[in-house]
Design a protein around this ligand. Structure first.
Ligand code: NAI
Ligand SMILES: O=C(O)C(=O)[C@H](O)COP(=O)(O)O
Length: 384
């Protein structure tokens, strides 16, 4: 079999090597001519997979190593009997780490503690749901807006979007991009809703760029820089609006989900899907390939102040500041569009909070609880 895969997908050779011959291509530049004799196509979010790309090819299976699949024309695949898989949940923990790191950075900027803010989560699926679990465990008051879930599960525990926007101190967007239908999310945050936000609120956008009307957001921020924004996903990536970029409080180039764990799991999920589709054995597993975090452990005394300990562990593992500074460096060297993509291609190693072992005595109640709830792996401190 001939397998064509995005050049930015890890472990393709390791997983798929025994299934066939692998060709690596740039995801943004992939075109129909390159797929003529391909059987399996493995993409990430930057490749629109549709009639234009697939017409005339013999592709029988398409996999995207991402959670979102708004770049895939599912109807076309169904109509042509082409198998499909995405990687649900693969990098959800990574996005949650990115949100927590951003909240901690905002705390530093304005001398508050995020656990005292009301956080509104819009879209409570794999990402939003895990964010809610960690925040609630940390004692944060949360509001949830997810109309599809509210319809299926009952209204209790859910609020309308406009109520959430009014009541939350922090609004965190985690919806998929859906262009049509009752629950469409294209410009879910439209001009009217953006205008209604208070100057003391924080808007976090980590779903898809098109869920927010970026022209309206830019106009609002130009008039009122008080409103703070943490933006990972943008309209027109990679050629994003530089003025909006400059107005954002924290800006990253669609890397919230870029932990090593998240990217590798995405590849493994596609390997398993291909194995099921073709009835081939799946002999490899991620466990054999996931390296240990080079920061093996942090040992803390039970006297560590919980919030200080959380900041220290979070910064040691992943600090969103690194990515914001790096994005600015890439932009200055290469320009926005090229820099945006190059940073994603050359993204430095990043591990999830769960990969960091924190050693604490069993009796270290409050600090132990806080770190565990934030997502770190807690181990009992050994006696000397
Ligand atoms: N910034 C990044 O690097 C990443 C971004 N994403 C984006 O985040 C999105 C969400 O990811 P998951 O939580 O894993 O997806 P999911 O499919 O598990 O959950 C999405 C949730 O959004 C809800 N939803 C749908 N329409 C809605 C609406 N109009 N208003 C409120 N909620 C609505 C759904 O009911 C569902 O519960 C992905 O589709 C992807 O576009 C995902 C991973 C990384
Ligand atoms: O999983 C998703 O959905 C994402 O948004 C990915 O993290 C995006 O990564 P790329 O596919 O753009 O490398």
């Amino acid at each position: 079999m001939r397998i064509v895969a995005d050049e930015n997908m890890p472990l393709v050779e390791e997983f798929f090597g025994e299934y066939g011959e692998i060709t690596r291509l740039s995801g943004r530049e992939m075109c129909a001519d390159q797929l003529r004799d391909a059987d399996i196509l493995l993409v990430r979010s930057v490749t629109p997979v549709n009639a234009e790309l697939l017409e005339g090819s013999r592709v029988r299976f398409v996999g995207t190593a991402t959670i979102g699949f708004d770049h895939i024309d599912r109807d076309y695949l169904d109509q042509h009997g082409i198998g499909f898989a995405s990687a649900p949940g693969s990098n959800a923990e990574s996005v949650v780490d990115w949100v927590l790191s951003s909240l901690l950075l905002l705390d530093e900027q304005d001398g508050r503690v995020f656990t005292e803010r009301v956080v509104g989560v819009v879209g409570a699926g794999n990402v939003g749901g895990r964010l809610l679990s960690r925040l609630r465990a940390l004692g944060v008051t949360c509001l949830v807006c997810d109309p599809p879930r509210a319809e299926a599960e009952g209204e209790e525990g859910f609020v309308e979007l406009d109520e959430l926007l009014e009541r939350a101190d922090v609004v965190s967007l985690h919806t998929p991009l859906v262009s049509e239908g009752r629950h469409a999310t294209f410009h879910l945050l439209n001009e009217q809703r953006i205008e209604a936000l208070r100057s003391d609120q924080v808007l976090i956008s980590a779903g898809r760029g098109d869920c927010v009307d970026s022209e309206a957001l830019k106009a609002r921020l130009q008039r009122d820089p008080g409103l703070r924004t943490v933006i990972d996903v943008w309209e027109n990536e990679p050629a994003i609006d530089e003025a909006l970029y400059r107005l954002a409080t924290i800006a990253t180039p669609h890397v919230a989900g870029y932990s090593l764990e998240g990217k590798m799991l995405g590849s493994e999920m596609l390997y398993q899907a291909v194995s099921r589709f073709y009835g081939l054995p799946a002999r490899r597993s991620l466990g054999q390939m996931m390296p240990e975090n080079w920061l093996k452990r942090i040992a803390l005394s039970g006297r560590a102040p919980p919030m200080e300990a959380l900041r220290l562990c979070a910064r040691s593992c992943y600090d969103v500041r690194r990515d914001a500074l790096l994005m600015e460096r890439y932009r200055r060297h290469y320009g926005m569009a090229e820099g945006f993509d190059l940073m994603r291609k050359e993204y430095p190693l990043r591990r999830e909070y769960s990969s960091l072992r924190v050693e604490l005595k069993r009796s270290a109640g409050a600090v132990r609880e806080m770190l565990e709830h934030a997502g770190f792996s807690i181990r009992d401190k050994r006696r000397k």
